[in-house]
Design a protein around this ligand. Structure first.
Ligand SMILES: [Fe+2]
Ligand SMILES: [Fe+2]
Length: 207
């Protein structure tokens, strides 16, 4: 098996096609209040688990989707528990969930009517995009956060979310026309860059 070194991994996941790199100052903002960023992170993991369950419920006839996403539910919930453990370790409390403007804006870009296959494509590409952006941000945290232990901790999330990004793209290509997926992915990337430009850069948000 081809195992990447840490440097190769960090380079490979640098942008994942994303058009707008995150302002590196975001890490300094995020590390100022770990309760805030860890709380937001925890709910990102919870939502990732939930959206995999929702996809399984909506598409039970898609065997491969069910088979591939079932273990991701467990993995994302494991991530939620990792964040919870990190909060506990520091004597910090999980806060309440916040309005997720980033995800809401991406969902608004999803096609509502039309062919069911197009709707599935948009759902899978939305998941892929959230994974890609999370991965890009975990990478920045892993590289630039001051606390050494957290660099390693965030690195693990970065690697995992990069794998999920690839899985969602592969599932989209499995169930939809590959050329259409490529074209739509481009539209998603363009749109995501606009969303990122509009959103205020906040240290208490993963996105
Ligand atoms: Fe995760
Ligand atoms: Fe993920």
């Amino acid at each position: 098996m081809n195992i990447r070194t840490r440097e190769e991994e960090l380079k490979a996941v640098q942008m994942l096609g994303l058009k707008l790199p995150t302002d590196p100052r975001w890490v300094n903002m995020a590390e100022m209040d770990l309760t805030e960023i860890l709380t937001d992170h925890a709910y990102c993991e919870q939502k990732a688990a939930t959206s995999c369950i929702t996809l399984i419920q909506a598409y039970p006839e898609h065997d491969e989707l069910v088979r591939q996403l079932a273990p991701i539910v467990t993995e994302e919930w494991g991530h939620f528990r990792m964040v919870l453990a990190e909060l506990d370790k520091r004597g910090l409390k999980l806060g309440r969930q916040r309005k997720d403007e980033y995800v809401n804006k991406l969902l608004a870009f999803n096609r509502k009517g039309g062919h069911p296959q197009d709707r599935l494509m948009d759902k899978l590409l939305t998941c892929a995009l959230i994974e890609a952006r999370s991965c890009e941000r975990f990478r920045l945290l892993s590289l630039n956060i001051k606390e050494e232990a957290l660099k390693e901790w965030y690195y693990k999330f970065m690697v995992a979310e990069a794998g999920h990004y690839r899985l969602f793209i592969d599932l989209a290509k499995l169930y939809c026309d590959e050329d259409e997926v490529r074209a739509r992915w481009k539209e998603f990337l363009e749109h995501e860059a606009k969303i990122m430009q509009e959103l205020e850069l906040r240290g208490d948000r993963m996105h």
